[in-house]
Design a protein. Structure first.
Length: 198
């Protein structure tokens, strides 16, 4: 379920100070019901630390959209090393306060680089010729005594190209990609649930 921006901006996330010059693009409630202690399982699901290493986008249509995107990126040089983190833009890890500086495992998607993790918050970043983006996870109360994941996407478009690119992909993200991704996340969350104690 898509949420209003205030579902992200109203919470005291550390990312607000770290990515203060990024634009909030989307906020989604994740189908990951759990308890306070399930937060590490959500991070593992996204970072690839768990047993399931498959991508979240599984539908043929969504996969085709990503394949087209990577082909265009190769054609126009959007994803070359000199367009990414540490080249075109510095990593957000350079902005971290001392208490957030820690070594983190790589994500299952090599295009994303982890930035930081706290008890209830995790962020990873990506950069190319079109934009610098942040994938932000939070663990929030669900209003009925439990918790659920919340996903936010923040971006900093790179000039006119970046703004045009983000505008062009918006309908595809909302109509084809996020719906499939959220459904897959929910399925895998249920599949990795601990067995009930006898």
């Amino acid at each position: 379920m898509r949420l209003p921006n205030t579902a992200h901006t109203s919470r005291p996330w550390r990312i607000h100070a770290i990515a203060h010059d990024f634009r909030l693009e989307d906020v989604w409630a994740l189908p990951t019901p759990g308890s306070a202690g399930d937060w590490p399982r959500l991070v593992a699901l996204f970072s690839g630390a768990g047993p399931d290493q498959q991508p979240f986008v599984t539908s043929p249509v969504a996969r085709a959209l990503f394949a087209i995107r990577w082909k265009l990126g190769a054609l126009f040089g959007w994803d070359k090393p000199d367009a990414g983190l540490g080249a075109r833009v510095p990593t957000l890890r350079d902005r971290l306060p001392d208490d957030l500086r820690q070594d983190l495992p790589s994500t299952r998607n090599p295009r994303f680089t982890p930035v930081y993790e706290t008890e209830g918050e995790w962020a990873a970043e990506i950069a190319n010729r079109t934009m610098h983006g942040v994938l932000h996870l939070g663990w929030v109360p669900d209003g009925s005594g439990g918790y659920r994941g919340q996903l936010a996407v923040l971006v900093k478009p790179n000039g006119l190209l970046g703004h045009l690119y983000m505008a062009a992909i918006k309908p595809f993200r909302h109509l084809g990609v996020y719906e499939n991704m959220l459904r897959t996340i929910g399925t895998r969350w249920q599949a990795t649930a601990p067995a009930p104690k006898p």
